[in-house]
Design a protein around this ligand. Structure first.
Ligand code: SF4
Ligand code: SF4
Length: 476
């Protein structure tokens, strides 16, 4: 069985297009005035978005052991997540996180289309916040259209100014919070509003503020339809059982206006479907498409048209669900197959990757040791006639607690360590320790002897942490 969605020729398609009266090669797009909609999906989307917005705003302020719990410190190359601190050496863990995110997205998209875009994507959430301000200040869709058409006057001026003020306030707060994930957020807030932030912090905040303002205020659906790569490759994951927002053409056609008093049972006799052609589903669509034209890559699965159409169906006394979350198969009268090879495959890889990630995290040794041999001299003889090699140990304590590390050497029958045999390293710090190993020449059979440095510690819970690093002992 082919997983491809059959290509259909849809006549009379009116996809949202740049102003068709303008025949320039790259004409400017016509602005979308989104109509507000009410319904269970919209309410769910609003609370879901607000929940993640609250999480985004609160997380950087949470303290753990007297420091910012989540801090991605790029200058120090230290990434803290509560009790866990990751370093560039933990690159594989970051790679697992990206792979898990990718497969989670593949799985969700194959199962339920672009629900990530419609319900969780920051772009959608911020556009929602911006349009909320727009609606409160400039009024409903029709009022906004009229306001934009008329020349500047006092009323228009104060509304536009207030809207810009609210947009910029949200943008700057967003940018400070975002930068606050990379640099301590509490002083950042104080410093920014007292003009004391350094150049890079100020530049980053202004840059992200401009991006937020531009994306959520003006770019809006262009981000979802032309810039975001996800919109382009999602179709590779769709199949006939993917649940997306869809118009039931078998039930809706032939569309057209009709008096409200015609009972639903008599529509077929009059050659009418359930769609009254009110255009509400198009007016509430944030990407400006007409879902009645079939599955389109611009659709972000937000469900606004579902709520709008259900409201119309309710008023007309027709059954709800003319536009609904449904698969191609179920729309064609079949049943949606949940357990299918592609979905099971994505799920299996996801579970395996999560297990591998968890195992890596669980067995991760919070200690990193680097051994650097002294390159200036191969070896030297001590006053006692011993052969001495000099090394520099770099000990990185990847935990968040100070620890004392013991140093020992394997591979020589007897030896003497000249320098500290134990070193205390603060949590998240690197200690650089010059150390010499000296041994009797009788212990050395070859010019090069393979040795191993052991660096170990006992945690407060009694657990032993040990790292063994190979090196060479040179003679002759
Ligand atoms: S909202 Fe429903 S009834 Fe109105 S045009 Fe859209 S599909 Fe037809
Ligand atoms: S067609 Fe419906 S689900 Fe798709 S983006 Fe528009 S309103 Fe949202």
């Amino acid at each position: 069985m082919s997983d491809r969605i059959p290509v259909k020729n849809v006549s009379g398609v009116e996809v949202h297009q740049p102003n068709s009266a303008n025949k320039k090669r790259h004409p400017s797009r016509s602005r979308i005035y989104v109509r507000a909609v009410k319904g269970p999906l919209e309410t769910f989307r609003r609370f879901f978005g607000l929940f993640f917005l609250a999480l985004f705003a609160v997380l950087p302020f949470i303290q753990y052991n007297g420091r910012q719990a989540i801090l991605l410190d790029i200058t120090e190359q230290r990434f803290s997540f509560f009790a866990l601190t990751l370093w560039p050496q933990d690159l594989t863990l970051f790679a697992y996180i990206f792979i898990i995110s990718a497969f989670a997205l593949f799985f969700v998209t194959t199962f339920a289309g672009r629900v990530w875009c419609g319900f969780m994507c920051p772009q959608t959430t911020w556009v929602y916040i911006f349009t909320w301000f727009e609606e409160k200040i400039e009024g409903s869709r029709n009022k906004r259209m009229k306001l934009d058409e008329r020349p500047m006057d006092v009323d228009k001026f104060w509304r536009k100014t207030l809207k810009q003020f609210s947009w910029w306030t949200v943008s700057i707060l967003t940018a400070i919070l975002f930068v606050g994930y990379f640099t301590p957020v509490r002083p950042l807030f104080m410093d920014f509003f007292t003009f004391q932030t350094g150049f890079w912090a100020t530049f980053s905040i202004l840059f992200f503020a401009v991006c937020t303002w531009g994306n959520a205020g003006y770019m809006r659906e262009i981000m979802c339809t032309h810039i975001c790569p996800y919109a382009r490759f999602q179709s590779a994951m769709f199949d006939q059982d993917t649940i997306t927002v869809a118009y039931d053409a078998r039930r809706g056609e032939a569309r057209g206006p009709r008096p409200r008093k015609i009972p639903h049972e008599e529509l077929a006799e009059k050659g009418l479907g359930d769609c009254i052609d009110c255009n509400l589903c198009v007016q509430v669509c944030p990407t400006g498409i007409d879902i009645r034209n079939g599955l389109q890559y611009e659709c972000i699965n937000c469900g606004a048209c579902v709520d709008a159409c259900n409201g119309v169906m309710e008023k007309m006394n027709y059954p709800k669900g003319l536009i609904r979350f449904a698969s191609e198969d179920s729309l064609a009268g079949g049943t949606t197959k949940v357990f299918r090879p592609k979905l099971i495959g994505y799920f299996a890889v996801l579970v395996i990757m999560i297990a591998v990630f968890a195992a890596n995290l669980l067995y991760r040794v919070p200690l990193e040791v680097d051994i650097i041999r002294d390159r200036n001299s191969l070896y030297r003889e001590t006053n006692q006639g011993l052969i001495e090699n000099v090394y520099t140990l770099k000990i990185l304590n990847k935990s968040q607690q100070p620890r004392t590390y013991q140093i020992s050497v394997e591979g020589l029958p007897s030896y003497e360590l000249i320098g500290n045999k134990a070193v205390q390293v603060d949590g998240g710090e690197v200690a650089t320790l010059p150390i010499s190993v000296a041994t009797d020449a009788y212990n050395l059979e070859d010019a090069v002897t393979e040795i191993r440095f052991n660096v170990s510690t006992i945690t407060s819970q009694g657990e032993e942490i040990q790292v063994t690093e190979p090196s060479k002992f040179l003679y002759r």
